[in-house]
Design a protein around this ligand. Structure first.
Ligand code: ATP
Length: 400
């Protein structure tokens, strides 16, 4: 497949936007807009640190100009792909070329698929290395590996953010300028977290081809715990197979673990519906995305609180411009490892939380907010020592 759109005569590559490489074997041109990073920028990097590797590529963190931290991706000479090929053909240069194809493909896709949840490509460098001409290094946005165990310990709000960013990504991929893109190798390790958002990084196994078919039985999708047969369209294509494969994988790797667990109780029915509908593939990505956006709106607007009766049990004294530095206790899931720092929609919700914890004797509204705009509140086990702080408001329980 040629990924390049038809070139007009006006579209000559710019001074730094050049063909992908003399021996890349790919006819597409990268029309990356300047300022594009290149070999010059990665010549003097500092703080190089190995981040990870898979079958083909090794990824390093590096700091450019002592300011910009980036990820550098190159073929892993000690990796499975190269080792396997060299064992078979004893031709390192050619094996390199074969493996580098995956990086070239990924680079083109990162360039063509521009979205907030697709890792940003900053640039690339072709240089001779280890007697191999034109080895390729890509320079991308830096993320941190997605650790499922870690995610399970974070707040529902942050876990919901991961699911929402995944759904926004899949919605984009289903309607991308290249057609409906499926991620054939869909595992959490293909994604990274950047500022709390999930972004796809490994695109070498992305595919745009929708399977052709003559009958429904050709449209069989097999997963470890479930199989599906999709309809074969009159045009001889498995209908929405790319989109549905992505969606079921999102369900089995992300939604079932991250969405319902410790969610606000009034949102549970809607979240359970989303989990069930995606697990059964009853919905496409458009409906799924619309439902997750609905959850976001209910959460952000505080509407999710309206069904609950909110009668405070205790009375609280408001102390403006005041903070309690100590008197911390631990709670789960806290935004602070030593204290109990939770997000709330408003003061009433903070009162409700404090009422429900027997240890809680006071709370402090901070001027910090989470990604949904909710306010972060420290819950405290006493109020013996209150200090002035212009950015905070303390509430002290006066009756139990
Ligand atoms: N931009 C990045 N920031 C931080 N870590 C990254 C970044 N890109 C990749 N990684 C880490 O490096 C690992 C290897 O990268 P990548 O998945 O691209 O290699 P691969 O050889 O294609 O792997 P696989 O065998 O899974 O296809 C990833 O699992 C990920 O944890």
């Amino acid at each position: 497949m040629d990924l390049a759109p038809p070139r007009t005569s006006a579209e000559q590559p710019g001074p730094r936007g050049r063909a992908l490489g003399p021996r890349s074997g790919v006819s597409a041109e990268l029309s990356l807009e300047p300022p594009l990073l290149g070999c010059r920028d990665i010549r003097n990097v500092s703080g190089v640190q190995y981040l990870g590797s898979g079958y083909t590529k090794a990824v390093y963190k590096a700091v450019l100009n002592r300011t910009l931290a980036v990820a550098l991706k190159a073929v892993d000479f000690g990796g499975h792909d190269i080792a396997h090929c060299v064992r078979q053909f004893s031709a390192l240069g050619d094996c390199y070329r074969l493996a580098a194809y995956k990086i070239v493909k990924e680079m083109i896709l990162l360039q063509r698929l521009r979205h907030a949840n697709v890792l940003q490509l900053y640039g690339y460098c072709y240089q001779d290395s280890n007697d191999i001409p034109d080895t390729l290094t890509t320079i991308t946005e830096l993320g941190s590996p997605l650790e499922m165990i870690q995610l399970l310990q974070t707040s529902w709000e942050d876990r919901f953010r991961i699911c929402l960013s995944l759904v926004r990504l899949l919605h984009y991929l289903a309607h991308s300028p290249l057609g409906s893109v499926t991620l054939l190798d869909f595992r959490p390790r293909q994604f990274v977290i950047v500022d709390g958002e999930l972004k796809v990084t490994d695109l070498d196994d992305a595919s745009i081809e929708e399977s052709s078919c003559t009958s429904n039985s050709d449209c069989f999708m097999e997963f470890p715990a479930r199989n599906f047969t999709l309809p074969c369209s009159v045009e001889g294509r498995c209908q929405n197979m790319n989109e549905k494969r992505n969606l079921y994988n999102a369900y089995r790797f992300f939604f079932t673990y991250l969405l319902p667990h410790s969610a606000p109780s009034s949102l549970r029915p809607l979240l359970d519906k989303i989990v069930n509908a995606t697990g059964e593939l009853h919905w496409g990505i458009d409906e799924t995305a619309a439902q997750l956006e609905r959850v976001l709106n209910l959460y952000k607007s505080g509407e999710y609180l309206q069904n609950t009766t909110r009668v405070p049990k205790a009375e609280y004294r408001r102390v403006p411009e005041a903070f309690i530095p100590d008197e911390n206790y631990r709670c789960w899931p806290s935004y602070h490892h030593k204290g109990c720092l939770l997000s709330v929609f408003d003061v009433s919700e903070a009162i409700e939380i404090c009422d429900s914890y027997s240890q809680c004797k006071a709370f402090v509204l901070t001027n910090q907010t989470t990604w949904t705009g909710r306010q972060l509140v420290f819950f405290k086990m006493a109020s013996n020592h209150i200090v002035p702080d212009p950015d905070k408001i303390t509430y002290v329980k006066v009756t139990d």
